[in-house]
Design a binder for this molecule. Structure first.
Ligand SMILES: Nc1nc2c(ncn2[C@@H]2O[C@H](COP(=O)(O)OP(=O)(O)OP(=O)(O)O)[C@@H](O)[C@H]2O)c(=O)[nH]1
Length: 503
C-alpha cells in the first residue's frame, strides 16, 4: 500500500507543472477561435485516490478535496500534495515501527514455553497477510497475546520459585525430625522425593502425610519416654532401697566396731595399769612391747573407722539425691501423661478426638474378639448444622457443638466413650450394651439434644441430631462396622432426620 501511495504522489507531482501552466494560460486572454488548454486528466487519478482512502478520518492523511477549476488551484494543489507527502512519511514510519514490534513479538513468541503448535501456524499465516487492512488489529492482538503469555511465564516463574522454596523448607524441617523406625524411613523417602522435585499438585498431600507422620512420631516418642521413665523410676526405687539397706548395715557395723574398739581400749588400759604395779622387769618389757603394737593397731583401726564414717556420709548424701531424682521423674511422668492426654483431646469441645477414638475402638474391638460382649458403634450427626452457621454465625455454631458434646458425655455411662469425629459428627462406643435395649440410651440422647434450649440472636432454636448405630457382628473388622454405622446414619438422614436407625 505504501508503494502505491508513493506512485500516486509521484503522479500528482508530475501533474503540478501542467496545472501551473494551465493557470498561467487561463489568466491571459485566449486567442480567438482557440479552446482553452485542458489540465492533465485528473478523473482517473481521483478515482484511484478515493479507493486508497475510503472513509479515511485521520487529519494528517486526509485526501485533498477534488481540485476546482479555478485560479490559485495549483498553489492549493501543491499544498495538499505536501500534506500528502507528510502523511505518507508518517504512515511509512508507523509501519516500520509496527513491523519491528511484530518481529520482536514473533521472536519472543517463538521462545515462549507456553507457545502452542497453533501459534506457529498463525505466525506463518501472518507473513502471508502482510499489507492487509486488518494488520494493525492483528499486531495489536499479537501484542496482547504476547503480553498474556508474558504474564503466564511470570506467574509460572513466581510459582516455581515459591515451589522450590517450599520444597527446601520441607526438607529442612524433615532434617530437624529425628524419628527412628518406620516413621524415620518414610521421612527419608519423602526427603528423597523432595530432592528430586515434587510437582506442585503433589505437595499438599505430601504436607498432610508429613503432619500425620510427625504426630505419630511424637506419640511414639512420648510412649517410649514414658516407658523409659517408668523403668527409670523403678530402677531408682530399687537403688534407693539397696542404698538404704547398705546404709543401715554399714551404720550397724560401724557402731559394733566402735563398741568393740572402745572395749579393747578399755581392756588395754586396764592391763597397762595392772602392769605398772608388777615387778617382773622382763615380762613387763615384753608386754609393753606388745602393748605398743596393739596401740598402733588401734590407731589404724580408728583411721579406718573415720574413713568408713565419711563413706557412710557420702552414701547418705547419695540417698538424698536419688530421692530428689525420683520425685523429679515422677513429676515429669505426670506432665508427659497430661500432654499425651492433650494429643487426644478435641480443642473445641474438650472431649476425645478422632485419634483417641481410633485407639479406643481398637482396644474395644480386641476386647470384643476375646469376650464377645456386645459392642455398639453409633455415629451421631447434627441436622442442618450448616443453617446454624449460616443464620447465626460460626461462633454460635461452635457454642452449639460444645454444648452438644457436653450433653452427649453426660448422657453416657462411665464405661461408654464419645469422641468428636470431625465437623458436626460424633462417634459413640457402647461396650457391654444390652442388644435388646440398644435404642434406649440412643433415644435418650436424641431426646436430650432436641430439648437443649438454644437461644441465638434472641431466637429459640431447636437443634436435632440423627443417629446411625450398629452392633459388631461375627467376621466384622472395625472398618466394616464403621461403614455399616455410616450407612445407618445416611438412612436416618434420608428418612427425615432427628431419628435413629440401627443396622
Ligand atoms: N461452627 C462450626 N461449624 C462447623 C465446624 N465443623 C464443621 N462445621 C460446619 O458444619 C456444617 C456441616 O454441613 P453439612 O455437612 O452440609 O451438613 P448439615 O448442614 O448438618 O446437614 P445434614 O448433615 O445433611 O443434616 C458445615 O457448614 C461446616 O462448616 C466447627 O468446628 N464449627
Amino acid at each position: 500500500m505504501l508503494m502505491e501511495l508513493a506512485s500516486v504522489i509521484e503522479k500528482l507531482g508530475d501533474m503540478l507543472p501542467h496545472l501551473r501552466q494551465y493557470e498561467g494560460q487561463v489568466a491571459m486572454p485566449s486567442r480567438a477561435g482557440q479552446p482553452p488548454p485542458q489540465p492533465a486528466p485528473l478523473g482517473s487519478l481521483l478515482e484511484h485516490w478515493q479507493k486508497l482512502f475510503p472513509g479515511q478520518k485521520e487529519k494528517s492523511a486526509e485526501p485533498p478535496p477534488p481540485p476546482r477549476s479555478d485560479t490559485g488551484l495549483a498553489a492549493e494543489f501543491e499544498q495538499l500534495l505536501e500534506r500528502l507527502r507528510h502523511a505518507a512519511l508518517l504512515f511509512g514510519r508507523k509501519q516500520q515501527v509496527d513491523g519491528q514490534k511484530l518481529q520482536q513479538a514473533t521472536r519472543e513468541l517463538e521462545q515462549s514455553p507456553f507457545r502452542s503448535a497453533h501459534t506457529d501456524n498463525l505466525l506463518a499465516e501472518l507473513v502471508r497477510l502482510d499489507g492487509d487492512d486488518h494488520q494493525p488489529h492483528i499486531w495489536a492482538l499479537l501484542e496482547y497475546y504476547h503480553a498474556a503469555l508474558r504474564q503466564l511465564v511470570e506467574q509460572e516463574r513466581r510459582c516455581q520459585s515459591h515451589h522450590h522454596e517450599l520444597c527446601a523448607k520441607l526438607q529442612q524441617l524433615i532434617d530437624e525430625l529425628h524419628f527412628s523406625g518406620e516413621i524415620g524411613d518414610e521421612l527419608g523417602k519423602i526427603q528423597q522425593k523432595l530432592l528430586q522435585q515434587v510437582s506442585i499438585s503433589a505437595l499438599p498431600p505430601l504436607c498432610l502425610r508429613l503432619i500425620e507422620l510427625t504426630i505419630e512420631g511424637c506419640r511414639q516418642e512420648r510412649q517410649n519416654s514414658a516407658t523409659f521413665l517408668l523403668k527409670l523410676n523403678e530402677n531408682l526405687g530399687e537403688m534407693h532401697h539397696n542404698v538404704a539397706i547398705s546404709l543401715s548395715e554399714g551404720q550397724a557395723l560401724l557402731d559394733a566396731r566402735t563398741h568393740h574398739g572402745h572395749h579393747i581400749a578399755g581392756e588395754l588400759r586396764a592391763i597397762g595399769e595392772h602392769l605398772v604395779s608388777q615387778s617382773n622387769a622382763r615380762l613387763k618389757e615384753e608386754i609393753e612391747l606388745r602393748m605398743r603394737s596393739i596401740t598402733h593397731i588401734m590407731a589404724q583401726h580408728e583411721r579406718l573407722q573415720e574413713r568408713e564414717q565419711s563413706l557412710l556420709n557420702r552414701m547418705n548424701a547419695m540417698e538424698q539425691q536419688i530421692n530428689e531424682l525420683k520425685n523429679e521423674t515422677a513429676q515429669y511422668r505426670q506432665r508427659l501423661s497430661a500432654q499425651n492426654e492433650k494429643l487426644f483431646i478435641d480443642n473445641l469441645t474438650q472431649i476425645y478426638n478422632r485419634a483417641a477414638m481410633e485407639e479406643r475402638l481398637e482396644v474395644e474391638y480386641r476386647r470384643w474378639l476375646r469376650h464377645q460382649d456386645p459392642l455398639c458403634i453409633a455415629l451421631l450427626d447434627i441436622d442442618h448444622f450448616k443453617e446454624i452457621n449460616d443464620n447465626y454465625g460460626h461462633l454460635a455454631g461452635d457454642k452449639a457443638l460444645r454444648l452438644i458434646a457436653r450433653i452427649i458425655q453426660k448422657s453416657l455411662r462411665e464405661s461408654d466413650f464419645v469422641a468428636r469425629f470431625g465437623g458436626e459428627e460424633f462417634v459413640i462406643l457402647l461396650p457391654g450394651v444390652n442388644p435388646d435395649k440398644l435404642e434406649k440410651p440412643l433415644e435418650k440422647l436424641r431426646e436430650q439434644i432436641k430439648n437443649i434450649p438454644f437461644r441465638f440472636k434472641d431466637e429459640r432454636v431447636t437443634i436435632t441430631a440423627s443417629i446411625g448405630a450398629t452392633l459388631l457382628r461375627k467376621g466384622d473388622c472395625t472398618t466394616s462396622a464403621m461403614e455399616r454405622a455410616d450407612q445407618a446414619l445416611y438412612q436416618a438422614k434420608r428418612a427425615g432426620r432427628n431419628q435413629i436407625v440401627v443396622a
